[in-house]
Design a protein around this ligand. Structure first.
Ligand code: ADP
Ligand code: ZN
Ligand code: ZN
Length: 753
């Protein structure tokens, strides 16, 4: 693109919800700075907007507008990454400019402001260099060879100098943390010519202060060795190779990832590790930092925008060999990938349910294919679709059948709650809680609902307290004496009489973690009890503090939502109680059984990870449902067979491809008629082009109203993906919902609420 022959014309995607890309001319003075992957400021209608340069195009006869400025000194993405972005845009039927915007870290995009172009471009350039955030600088001290005749310092000055000589360099921050205030000593060392100071950019690394002791790879057991050998052999082949690593928690999957990545790194390749947000714990990061001395970047939602941007830039500059992160890390600008790991591949959190509705687990396979990398999907409870693909030979199955430390699987009992409605605890569970406490064991109590009670109902007139913005009941939170909507911000103080008929005879039904906590405290007044859910872990550190309490043994009983079900290793936990196992079973969702199975299996995995055998008690209203009984019996394969048979009969994945279309609007009638119009258009396109696609709906969504917006849904099913895609593409090109109605297409939806 540096060729001087005018005119240079480029293709640009703008970060707006538009499908088309646009051509612009590049004036000669800007030409040297234009490259694929930089952002440019372009005139667009009467505004100026940010666009992404996709590449040069052949001369055009059209009269083209000129770009106003180039916003980046270096490209933000490579041609290979652009290919990936194009694939994502096409597959999810989403505008390319918005895909690129989603892929880049927040804060990097410059909004068009009503200022003159010059100042705006300057401001924009400033933002690029600093990421819209201040670059943080720090002072670093290095020792110098002592000039002849210098008296060696004494006291604190000597200790600091010793540290500098040992470490080669130390930050002012580190010196302060070791020796307290040391500014005079440092100034003196520099004056004496014994040390030099440099002020430079520091990355905001949350682990910077920690010193990591290096550990060595563990000698692998037989199953691990077999798995590792398959992975390294595939890597040697240099071709795309997808694997499913199936093994219960504690079977040594992470150790296999670590050693496979070490192999990739030794061959000069890089690695990307995706984990669900909730599993992205300091313990996991520490395991990587201890094992590897190469650059590691960590991307999680706890980072400030500044920290996130720092990590992104380190990756972009090639300073990072291993990137670990949650969902959005699939877009990390890491080059030379040899291996991609998706741990807990079954986790719903890999799916983004707003904006660009992508699934990072699926995209890992796509990116892996483009990069000719080895992709490992790891799980104790893989998706039945993944299992099916492995059975069909589309993925290579690797199995770690046992826990590394040869611990017996926990003893599991189902408690039929059908004739004990209303009780929080069956006598068996109440007795087990007391016994375990007396024996000094720790207990986890699981319930998938926070708050105190799920609804308020009037015994007189049947009035139920509902959210005015969402079609759900309000949940009573006792410690705050208010009823909250779990979908929007709505909250009201607890009424003392029925808001419908003013009868004082109002009751609270259903139970949440807050109420279970209260009942446990009443039952076992001496127990040290804590609760872990979104209400008790707000803010940084809340989560870690509770986990530490369990780890250190300062808690006897931890009550929680699915937060406690995942990823943590609690050696002292000898009893796990599931207060109600089937809350998720009755959701109107084709994955309800699978989710229930996974949740029970995950919770069971928390028991008996130390030296004591564990015990699991599961209260259920559906003891005969295969999702519940198979989970309790540790029968994953049998569950998969039954679930796949159901899916085949009903035409759900993996036997069909799905897409959801949701229309939402504040006006009920306009939303409904837009949904009708969408269905009519789909039916017409299907007829005209003979697409073999089943069109279901429109119907009100199971959550028929959220945050004041009415929601209608259509579901498309097809045996053939290409048919589904062609119909959606045609639909998208023609559909024109009224301005007040929002339309969203969800390819491969994972929940349909
Ligand atoms: P998973 O990822 O399947 O939960 P991990 O890799 O975390 O399993 O292993 C569970 C525990 O066993 C960890 O403490 C790990 O350090 C240890 N471990 C893993 N593999 C071995 C091995 N081959 N020998 C000894 N300990 C191991
Ligand atoms: Zn009433
Ligand atoms: Zn609400």
């Amino acid at each position: 693109m540096t060729e001087p022959t005018p005119p240079i014309i480029i293709e640009v995607a703008v970060a707006l919800p538009l499908d088309a890309t646009f051509h612009y001319a590049v004036p000669p003075d800007l030409a040297p700075r234009v490259a694929t992957g930089v952002r440019v400021l372009v005139p667009f209608g009467r505004r100026k907007v940010t666009g992404y340069v996709l590449g040069p195009v052949a001369a055009s006869s059209e009269e083209l507008k000129e770009i106003v400025d180039v916003l980046d000194p270096e490209p933000l993405f490579t041609a290979a990454e652009l290919e990936f972005f194009r694939w994502v845009a096409c597959y999810y039927l989403h505008p390319l400019g918005e895909v690129i915007k989603t892929a880049l870290p927040a804060g990097i995009n410059v909004a068009s402001r009503k200022r003159d172009a010059g100042t705006q471009a300057d401001a924009a350039k400033d933002e690029v260099l600093t990421g819209g955030r201040k670059v943080k600088t720090g002072r670093f001290y290095r020792p110098l060879a002592p000039p002849a005749g210098t008296q060696p310092p004494r006291g604190k000055g000597k200790e600091i100098l010793d540290l500098l000589r040992d470490a080669g360099e130390a930050s002012a921050e580190l010196i302060r943390s070791r020796f307290g205030g040391s500014a005079p000593q440092l100034t003196r060392l520099v004056e004496l010519g014994l040390a030099e100071m440099e002020e430079r950019e520091v990355y905001r690394d949350p682990f910077r202060e920690e010193v990591f002791e290096h550990d060595a790879p563990l000698p692998l057991n037989h199953a691990q060795a077999v798995a590792l050998a398959s992975l390294t052999e595939a890597m040697t082949g240099g071709k795309f190779a997808p694997f499913l690593l199936h093994g219960v928690t504690g079977s040594g999957k992470t150790e296999v990832y670590l050693q496979a990545i070490a192999y990739a790194v030794a061959r000069g390749r890089t690695a990307l590790v995706l984990v669900p947000e909730i599993a992205l714990t300091p313990q996991l990061v520490r395991r990587f930092k201890r094992r590897f001395s190469c650059g590691i970047a960590v991307l999680h939602s706890g980072l400030s925008d500044g920290e996130r941007f720092d990590e992104w830039r380190r990756i972009r500059r090639g300073e990072v060999t291993i990137a670990i992160g949650a969902r959005s890390a699939i877009f990390a600008p890491i080059e030379g990938l040899g291996m991609i790991v998706v741990d807990e591949e079954h986790e719903g959190s890999y799916k983004q349910s707003e904006g660009l509705r992508y699934n990072a687990r699926d995209l890992a396979l796509v990116r892996g294919k483009m990069e000719k990398a080895v992709v490992v999907l790891g799980s104790a409870t893989p998706l039945v679709t993944t299992w099916h693909a492995a059975q069909a030979g589309k993925l290579t199955l690797l199995t770690l059948p046992e826990r590394v430390r040869e611990l017996p699987m926990p003893r599991t009992e189902l408690i039929d709650m059908r004739h004990r409605k209303g009780d929080t605890f069956a006598p068996e569970l109440a007795a087990a809680l007391a016994e375990n406490l007396a024996a000094g064991g720790q207990t986890l109590l699981f319930l998938n609902r926070r708050g105190y009670a799920t609804y308020l109902i009037c015994q007189e007139c049947g009035f139920v307290l509902r959210c005015p913005n969402c079609a759900v009941t309000l949940t009573f939170h006792r410690n705050r004496q208010r009823h909250f909507c779990h979908y929007c911000d709505y909250a009201i103080p607890a009424p003392s009489v029925c808001p419908g008929c003013t009868s004082p005879d109002i009751g609270l039904l259903g139970r949440g973690t807050e109420r279970v906590e209260e009942e446990v405290r009443a039952l076992l007044p001496d127990a040290r009890v804590a609760r872990m859910d979104r209400d008790t872990t707000r803010g940084r550190g809340g989560h870690a503090r509770l986990l530490k309490g369990v780890e250190e043994g300062s808690l006897d009983i931890l009550i929680g939502t699915q937060m406690i079900a995942k990823g943590h290793d609690f050696p002292g936990v000898t009893l796990v109680g599931v207060v109600s196992a089937d809350a998720a079973l009755n959701l109107p969702d084709f994955r309800a059984a699978e989710r229930t199975f996974q949740l029970i299996a995950q919770v069971m995995g928390r028991a008996g990870r130390g030296d004591q055998p564990g015990r699991v008690l599961i209260q259920t209203l559906a003891p005969d449902h295969y999702a519940v009984s198979r989970a309790a019996a540790h029968e994953f394969e049998a569950f998969c067979r039954e679930e796949l048979a159901c899916r085949e009969e009903l035409g759900y994945p993996p036997f069909a491809h799905l897409a959801g279309i949701t229309l939402s609007g504040t006006a009920a009638a306009a939303t409904e008629s837009a949904a009708d119009a969408a269905a009519i258009l789909l039916q017409r396109l299907k007829r005209e082009h003979r697409h073999r696609v089943e069109i279901l709906g429109p119907a009100p969504a199971p959550l028929a109203k959220v945050r004041g917006r009415h929601r209608w849904q259509l579901l498309l099913k097809a045996a053939n993906r290409a048919d589904l895609h062609r119909l959606l593409a045609r639909f998208r090109a023609e559909v024109r919902p009224p301005a007040t109605v929002r339309l969203a297409i969800d390819v491969d939806p994972v929940d349909m609420l």
